[in-house]
Design a protein around this ligand. Structure first.
Ligand code: AMP
Length: 543
């Protein structure tokens, strides 16, 4: 017998309608790309989102088509997402930190039809425009007076684009499983893969992330998502804030310590979220200036492991509670949050910290297990480590265009590629990454891509790239090289050879020459051993 409850599809644009109706005057404050701080309300954002939908509809964007964004966290970016989604089209966040070639590859793979971009990225857009024939319209997220001079075809100013229509657009209704958003994740091998969120998964993910023991945000909060909207949906905050009516403070292009501090104080921000690198910069700024945090209550740290000292400094020196979170683009992204359980607050602080440095525990809606190489489940004893697999309504069940199917098993588990332990309390700890990509400032650097290029140098026999600890960026790439017999090349010659072939920030910080690179039984480079060899290696880029 079926229940007799209403079938109310979980559609993303219902979130912005809810916010407009119930929190219509609640503010969204943006540090605009043009410079000034601009203020809008949920009421205004919802109306402008309908204009975005109407303008795209008039231009000829059909349901299911991809509308890309290359943009910072701003109110315009937010209303664009809702407008695109409410039309039944798919917002596709492009990561501007990638090399233009990669951005063009991804936009082609996604067959984006329209591109919304911030002025900061006009140069990139000028470069990629001729390479992506599917894009028929380029919308600069600005007004006519600020239109860039770059040579971009079919260019229109966003404010003109949405002024040409009214805000009476009726949201489309469709199945809640309809595609809503697209975000590419770069793996170790092959090309980036697209994660295709649905309306249902985005709404459920906001509920999951919004649990008190997960992100724990409330309507009374003023939330500053430093984590970009192009980095896995700004960790749910773009959906969660309208769901609960929280004030949003959007940092735009300025993510440095002083700029973030200014917003935290001037907008009385109570909760914020970003990768550890951002917090390192903020803490250094506080340290050198002697300033304190007047309003901030909670900081979410994720994307890379939050260092113990960082958690301790926030909590004991500045009175800000840390929520250490782990997740993945494929998980929308929240997987775990390290909120303490009943009784743990009575533990001595250093014991509490032992839990807080772990990656956290799953909220309802995320299932986790660890398995060995034969896919046998391992005990949750905090000691056994294995491949971490996950399942849930906001976890991908496949990649866009059916790629990467090997990561998904017949029982619906997704192999995260992380190696982890699970303890009896449900806390997960990442011990290593099965993937060997390097995380610099919270962003991926593919070791294999650099290796493949490096072995193109005439004197290089074999190359391996590993991440080496760096105080500012967490990790920076070190290129380890075996030279061909009788050949020679200097560090600078090899780096020079790579320059221009990869994004500038992917360039290894140093080159180490070795006689031999360790290999596994199947002939793969043994990165774990290599990392051990270079544990104490000090990069020349560390001041
Ligand atoms: P992304 O899809 O770019 O968000 O990257 C996801 C990956 O980042 C995960 O599979 C982890 O390897 C890593 N990651 C995310 N959060 C953490 C964390 N708190 N600690 C350690 N690694 C993390």
């Amino acid at each position: 017998m079926l229940g007799l409850m209403q079938d109310w599809p979980l559609l993303v644009h219902k979130l912005i309608d809810h916010a407009a109706l119930n929190h219509g005057s609640r503010e969204i404050v943006t540090r605009s790309v043009e410079g000034p701080i601009v203020r809008a309300t949920y009421g205004q954002i919802a109306a402008r989102a309908r204009r975005v939908a109407a303008a795209l509809d008039r231009f000829g964007v059909r349901p299911g088509e991809r509308v890309a964004t290359l943009a910072w966290n701003t109110a315009q970016h937010l209303e664009s997402w809702y407008g695109i989604a409410g039309l039944g089209a798919v917002y596709h966040t492009l990561n501007p930190r990638l090399f233009p070639e990669q951005i063009a590859w991804i936009a082609n793979h996604a067959e984006d039809k329209v591109l919304f971009f911030d002025l900061s990225f006009a140069g990139i857009v000028e470069q990629i425009a001729p390479q992506v024939p599917s894009i028929k319209l380029f919308v600069a997220l600005t007004d006519r007076a600020h239109l860039p001079e770059a040579k971009i075809p079919d260019l229109v100013a966003y404010e003109d684009f949405i002024a040409a229509v009214d805000d009476g657009f009726t949201w489309r209704t469709f199945d809640e499983n309809t595609a809503c958003g697209l975000c590419y994740t770069s793996g170790t091998t092959g090309h980036p893969k697209g994660v295709l969120y649905s309306h249902r998964s985005n709404v459920l993910h906001a509920f999951i992330a919004g649990q008190a023991d997960a992100l724990g945000a409330r309507g009374a909060d003023a939330i500053l998502p430093v984590v970009p909207m192009f980095h896995a949906n700004a960790w749910a905050l773009a959906f969660l804030a309208p769901m609960i009516g929280a004030k949003l403070v959007m940092p735009g292009p300025k993510l440095d310590g002083p700029s973030i501090y200014e917003l935290l104080e001037s907008e009385a921000v109570t909760m914020t979220a970003a990768v550890p690198t951002v917090w390192l910069a903020l803490l250094q700024y506080l340290e050198t200036t002697g300033k304190t945090l007047s309003h901030l209550k909670r900081v979410v740290i994720g994307g890379s492991a939050a260092p113990r000292a960082m958690i301790e400094t926030f909590e004991t020196k500045y009175g800000v509670e840390v929520a250490h979170a782990w997740g993945m683009t494929e998980m929308s992204p929240i997987g775990t949050v390290g909120t303490l359980k009943a009784g743990m607050e009575k533990l001595p602080y250093q014991r509490q910290l032992d839990y807080k440095v772990k990656q956290g525990r799953p909220p309802f809606g995320v299932e986790m297990k660890i398995v060995d190489d034969e896919d046998r489940e391992l005990p949750r004893d905090g000691k056994a480590f294995g491949r971490l697999k996950v399942r849930g309504p906001s976890v991908a069940k496949g990649y866009f265009r059916g790629e990467g199917a090997e990561a998904f098993d017949a029982d619906g588990w997704f192999d995260t590629g992380d190696v982890a332990t699970l303890d009896p309390e449900g806390f997960m700890t990442i011990t290593d990454r099965a993937k060997d990509v390097i995380k610099s400032g919270g962003e991926w650097i593919s070791s294999i891509e650099i290796e493949n290029l490096a072995v193109g140098h005439p004197a290089v026999a074999e190359a391996a790239v590993i991440g080496v600890a760096h105080p500012k960026w967490d990790e920076r790439p070190l290129l380890v090289v075996v030279l061909k017999p009788g050949k020679s090349a200097s560090r600078d010659e090899i780096l020079e050879y790579l320059t221009g072939k990869i994004a500038k920030w992917w360039l290894p910080d140093d080159v180490a020459f070795v006689e031999d690179i360790p290999h596994t039984a199947t002939g793969k480079i043994q990165k774990i051993t290599l990392r051990k060899m270079f544990t104490d290696y000090r990069l020349p880029t560390i001041a």
